[in-house]
Design a protein around this ligand. Structure first.
Ligand SMILES: Nc1ncnc2c1ncn2[C@@H]1O[C@H](COP(=O)(O)OP(=O)(O)OP(=O)(O)O)[C@@H](O)[C@H]1O
Length: 514
C-alpha cells in the first residue's frame, strides 16, 4: 500500500539543538498513529514540518507517494493535511459559522456553510449549533469547531497536538468516537499526547522520539503503559512517595466569604467562597475549566484585588487588597496556567525570567541585576528540573512547552514559599517530569509549605492532594479528605449533579479533620 504520508530523513536544527535528527516514518491510510516522546523530544517540530509551518533543513516528505516540494500550510491543506493546534484560534465574539467562513476555502454563503456544518456535526456525532457565538461554547465545543473546520476540507491526514489536555472525560470519549469513525473512512490521524492510557485506547501504531531521533515503534494496544513510558524516557520511572500530611495548627491561606463579579463578560462570578489551606498539606481545586478557577486564582495571586481586605488572609495577614508583589513578600509563589506571557516573558532569556520573581533572593542588589547570580540561579533550576535548554541564555520562547513549564515550576519552588499556588502544574509535561514535579510538591508541603493545586486532571489531584475542593459555577464545595472520597463523588460535584447540596456556602470550620 502507498503510505498516506512518508517522511524520509527529516532533519531540523535550532541554535544549539537538533530538534529532528534523521527522522523517517510512514503512516498508512486510515491509521491512527501516535507520536510519543519526552518534553523537547521534537514532536511539535515534526508536526510543524509535516504541516509546512516550519521547514526541514533536509529530508523529504511524500504524500500519497508524491514528493511535496515547496511546502507551506496552504500546500498542505490543498493536499488534505489539516492540523488542530493545542491552543485554538477562534474569534470569541462571532458565531461558529462566521469563524469557519474565515478560514475555509470555497466558503459559499453563510447559510449553506451553516447547513454543511450541521450535516458534518451530525454525521460525526459532534453536536454544535453553527449560529452560536464562540464565547458561549465550552472548551470541548470549541474543539469541535476546530475539528469541523478541518473536516469541511475532507482531510486525508489530520494532525492533533495534545487534543485532550483541555477536555472533560466525557468529551474525550466523544472525540475518540469521531476519530475512529474518520479513520474507518480512510483518514489518517497523527496524534500527539503525553497520556499513555489514551494512546493505548485509541492508536494503532506509535513512533517514539527521544532527543530528536526515532528510538522505537510500538503497537500501543499490545504494549503496557509502563513499557511505553520506559521507551520514552529510556530509564526507570521515578516512584511517588506520598507520606501523610503534617498540617500546621493555623492555616497559611484563609479565604472567607469571597464573592466577586467576573471582569470579563465570559467569566464566572465567584459566590461566597471559603476555604483554608494549612502548612504541611496539599489542597487540590478540581473543576471543569471555566467554572471560576481563573477568577479565584487571580484573586489569590493578587492580580486582582478585593475591597474586603480580610476576605483573604495569608499567614494571618489580611491580604485581599495587596498586589502580587506584596503578597510575594508574605511568602507566596505562583505558577499561572499560561506559561507564555504570564509565567514567562517569551523573548527574554531564562535568567531574565528567573529575575522576575527571584529578585528578592540575591539576584538584584541596590536596583542592579547581579547577572552572575541570576545566571547561576537559572542554571540551578535547569539542572534540578532537567530542563532541556541551551543554558540560561536561551529565550523562554525557544523551549518546548513542557520544558518551559518545568522551568517556571522550578523557579517558583526554588523561592521556598510558604504558600505555593500552582495552576495545572504538569500540563504538557511528560510522564517522567510530571512525576518529578508532583513529588517535589509533596516534599515541599511535607517540609511545611501550604500548596494549592488547581488542576483539571483528577488523577493528578488524587495522587498528591490531601484534601480536595471542587469548584462549580463559581461556588466551592466543602473540603473532601482525599482518602475518604472517590472520583465519582468529585466528578458529580464538578458537574453540579451532586444533589446533596455539598457545595459550601461560606461557613464551616475547615480543619483537616472535616
Ligand atoms: N523556534 C525555536 N527556536 C529554538 N529552539 C527551538 C524552537 N522550537 C523548538 N526548539 C527546540 O527544539 C527541541 C524540540 O522541541 P519541540 O517543541 O519539537 O519538542 P516536543 O517534543 O514537542 O516537546 P513538548 O512535549 O514539551 O511539547 C527543544 O529542545 C526546543 O527547545
Amino acid at each position: 500500500m502507498i503510505p498516506r504520508l512518508e517522511l524520509r530523513n527529516i532533519c531540523k536544527r535550532y541554535p544549539g539543538v537538533v530538534a529532528n535528527d534523521d527522522i523517517s516514518m510512514s503512516i498508512q491510510p486510515g491509521e491512527i498513529h501516535a507520536v510519543l516522546g519526552e518534553n523537547g523530544a521534537g514532536k511539535s517540530t515534526l508536526m510543524k514540518i509535516i504541516y509546512g509551518a516550519a521547514q526541514a533543513d533536509s529530508g523529504e516528505i511524500y504524500c500519497d507517494g508524491n514528493l511535496i516540494e515547496a511546502h507551506n500550510p496552504a500546500v498542505s491543506r490543498a493536499l488534505g493535511i489539516e492540523m488542530v493546534y493545542q491552543h485554538f484560534a477562534l474569534f470569541e465574539s462571532v458565531s461558529v459559522v462566521e469563524n469557519i467562513a474565515l478560514c475555509v476555502r470555497n466558503a459559499s454563503d453563510l447559510e449553506s456553510l451553516a447547513a454543511r456544518i450541521g450535516e458534518l456535526s451530525e454525521r460525526y456525532g459532534m453536536p454544535i449549533d453553527p449560529h452560536r457565538r464562540v464565547h458561549d461554547l465550552s472548551v470541548g465545543e470549541r474543539q469541535r469547531v476546530e475539528i469541523i473546520r478541518c473536516l469541511l476540507q475532507a482531510p486525508k491526514l489530520l494532525i492533533l497536538d495534545e487534543p485532550t489536555s483541555v477536555l472533560t472525560p466525557q468529551a474525550v470519549v466523544k472525540l475518540f468516537e469521531t476519530l475512529r469513525q474518520l479513520a474507518a473512512e480512510g483518514c489518517s490521524i497523527l496524534y500527539i499526547s503525553h497520556k499513555l492510557d489514551e494512546v493505548q485506547e485509541l492508536c494503532d501504531f506509535a513512533t517514539v522520539l527521544r532527543n530528536g531521533k526515532v528510538t522505537g515503534t510500538a503497537r500501543p494496544k499490545e504494549t503496557t503503559s509502563l513499557e511505553l513510558a520506559r521507551m520514552m524516557v529510556g530509564s526507570k520511572l521515578p516512584e511517588m512517595h506520598v507520606s501523610p500530611p503534617l498540617p500546621s495548627e493555623k492555616p497559611v491561606l484563609e479565604v472567607r466569604g469571597l464573592s466577586v463579579t467576573a471582569r470579563s463578560p465570559f467569566g464566572t462570578d465567584l459566590k461566597d467562597v471559603s476555604f483554608n489551606v494549612h502548612g504541611g498539606e496539599i489542597v487540590g481545586l478540581a473543576g471543569v475549566s471555566g467554572n471560576g478557577q481563573a477568577e479565584l486564582v487571580a484573586l489569590l495571586s493578587g492580580e486582582r484585588t478585593h475591597d474586603r481586605n480580610d476576605a483573604i488572609r495569608i499567614c494571618g495577614t489580611a491580604a485581599a487588597r495587596l498586589g502580587p508583589d506584596e503578597r510575594r513578600k508574605l511568602g507566596v509563589a505562583f505558577v499561572p496556567e499560561e506559561r507564555l506571557g504570564r509565567g514567562a516573558v517569551p523573548p527574554h532569556t531564562l535568567w531574565e525570567n528567573a529575575v522576575l520573581t527571584a529578585h528578592r533572593f540575591g539576584t538584584v542588589r541596590n536596583g542592579l541585576v547581579d547577572r552572575q547570580k541570576a545566571g547561576a540561579f537559572a542554571k540551578s533550576i535547569i539542572d534540578k528540573f532537567k530542563v532541556k535548554a541551551n543554558g540560561p541564555q536561551s529565550t523562554a520562547q525557544s523551549l518546548s512547552g513542557g520544558n518551559l513549564q518545568k522551568f517556571i515550576v522550578g523557579r517558583e519552588i526554588a523561592l521556598q514559599p510558604k504558600l505555593l499556588l500552582v495552576a495545572q502544574p504538569t500540563w504538557g509535561v511528560d510522564v517522567g517530569a510530571s512525576a518529578f514535579i508532583r513529588q517535589t510538591l509533596v516534599d515541599m508541603s511535607r517540609a511545611g509549605a501550604a500548596v494549592l493545586v488547581v488542576s483539571e486532571e483528577l488523577d493528578e489531584l488524587f495522587e498528591i492532594c490531601d484534601r480536595l475542593l471542587v469548584i462549580c459555577q463559581g461556588r466551592v464545595s466543602a473540603p473532601l479528605v482525599r482518602t475518604a472520597t472517590d472520583r465519582e463523588e468529585v466528578g458529580l460535584l464538578m458537574t453540579g449533579l451532586n444533589g446533596n447540596n455539598a457545595i459550601a456556602s461560606g461557613s464551616g470550620e475547615f480543619a483537616l479533620e472535616d
